[in-house]
Design a protein around this ligand. Sequence first.
Ligand code: HEC
Ligand code: HEC
Ligand code: HEC
Ligand code: HEC
Length: 224
Amino acid sequence: MKKVLVVFASLILAVGLASAASIVGSKHDLRASGGGTPTGQGLTEVCVVCHTPHQASAANGQYPLWNHQGTATASFGVYSSPTMNATPAEIGGAAMGSQSVSLLCMSCHDGTVSVLAMYNNPPSGAPTVNPISGRIDASGRIISTANIGTNLTDDHPVNFTYNTALANADGGLVDPATSPTIQGWLVAGTVQCASCHDVHDPQYTPFLRADNTGSALCLTCHIK
Ligand code: HEC
Ligand code: HEC
Ligand code: HEC
Ligand code: HEC
């Protein structure tokens, strides 16, 4: 029985290891030698554009050791519809430190801040921008289709609680209490950009939490 358990455990481990891919070499590896977007000359580290090991200023004393300059966009608006049961909260205007995880994404993806703008530059210094036609402009801002813009009223809603009560009210949602997968995707019980995307894992393009063939990602939460 013990042996069987050990074999089973190592199988799970092997599957677990095989299923994760690394941010290194992905579009979120912003080094000149990195993935699809080599924006930074003089950047030798991968994590530093988003995280700092030490909190050099009050502004970045925040989860998850955040190091990327925040966006000044005060209002993105929220998606609303006659059939929505949830009430998403505005992500803009929050002081860094109390912001939603989604606002962290928008510090690059609303297209207003250089992707290389950090609170705390690495020892190698501030990286220079290497513009890429149609993708990154001379100021380091995203200009490709990955620029979500400063309007979130036409995007899948984020920044709201998704619980049993919401599933009951909607009637077409999986009850998250019955799904460890959904629980793992929610951030403190809320739907955020990071509920559908894993910023560190390019395995399912574009950084999706799961393969969306047959809309499997959507059907994890929606009963349709
Ligand atoms: C492009 C921005 C970006 C880069 C680069 C990045 N991260 Fe993150 N990281 C995030 C965001 C956004 C979150 C919060 C959302 C989440 O947890 O998915 C996060 C969360 C985390 C967390 C806490 C949550 C968890 O998943 O355990 C850890 C630890 C982490 N990152 C480590 C790293 C390390 C180590 C690297 C470099 C190898 C790295 N990150 C590179 C954006 C980034
Ligand atoms: C430090 C800046 C930065 C942060 C923070 C950041 N991204 Fe990105 N992201 C980029 C860049 C640069 C690209 C590549 C854009 C291009 O080349 O067109 C990208 C690309 C993407 C893509 C498209 C990938 C593909 O294969 O086409 C997705 C999806 C994405 N990011 C999601 C997120 C999410 C979700 C978050 C927050 C959890 C986040 N990003 C945070 C800089 C960032
Ligand atoms: C409900 C799931 C879900 C949520 C929430 C979500 N996304 Fe996405 N996102 C997707 C899917 C799926 C795609 C792939 C697009 C497609 O299939 O047409 C995508 C595509 C993208 C892309 C690539 C667009 C392109 O054309 O290159 C970026 C960048 C991105 N998302 C960022 C974000 C950011 C930032 C947030 C939060 C404001 C967010 N996403 C919230 C599911 C989601
Ligand atoms: C992590 C869970 C989750 C995932 C994954 C997810 N959604 Fe959602 N989605 C929700 C929740 C929760 C709501 C809010 C429903 C409500 O309040 O009635 C919502 C709202 C919506 C709405 C608006 C409904 C309305 O009444 O106006 C649409 C449309 C939608 N999602 C489509 C999608 C599609 C398409 C995908 C895949 C690309 C997807 N969702 C992936 C959880 C998710």
